[in-house]
Design a protein around this ligand. Sequence first.
Ligand SMILES: Cc1cc2nc3c(=O)[nH]c(=O)nc-3n(C[C@H](O)[C@H](O)[C@H](O)COP(=O)(O)O)c2cc1C
Length: 205
Amino acid sequence: MNIVGILGSPSTPSRSAYLLELALSRLDAITSSYRSIRPRDLPAQALTQADFGDARLQDAVRAVGESQLVIVATPIYKASYSGVLKAFLDLLPQDGLRDKTVLPLATGGSPAHLLALDYALKPVLSALGARDILDGIYATDQQLPSRPEGGYSAAADIVERLDRSVQRVAARARELREREAELARAASARANSEPWPAERVRWSV
Ligand SMILES: Cc1cc2nc3c(=O)[nH]c(=O)nc-3n(C[C@H](O)[C@H](O)[C@H](O)COP(=O)(O)O)c2cc1C
């Protein structure tokens, strides 16, 4: 399964980046390729002026197009997802998330904006064609405390919720593998079938 992570934080270090990495570390077994997109690292002028001709933007948009699972991780800013994430999502084609499974993740300073995933981010994901949007995970800064040696850790309930989402993703990956195997079987059956002998064709329309 090709996985793309889109990280909406303009900061570093970043709790939403940590949450994204935590999700990915649990998806190792089903990942065939992983690509991380950090809109903050894309050329700022191209991003803010929606320059679709920029090679790095094109490459990032293409990576999303080629993925089956998209994990969108964002900090909550002013009761919504981050502006730099919106700048990137605006560059995706209108149906840029069609047929993809999407896992939304957010971190916020307090639980006050827990619903921002539902009222702000999910409508945008649906507008981009996503129909398979997994339950989002919202973690407060308190649930992702800093470690004295650097980095962050996660409260047990956040890890538990991530594990539940990962199980759903693993089920989708299994379905995808089965569908691909079925398509490959059908293609090979078609390739191996005897061509219809021309002399037996009586008429055609
Ligand atoms: C400009 C700014 C606006 C913020 N607005 C909110 C907010 O409206 N609600 C909230 O819960 N937290 C808010 N926060 C806190 C961040 O969402 C929180 O610290 C988050 O974990 C930061 O994620 P990051 O480390 O990945 O950037 C804000 C932080 C900043 C810098």
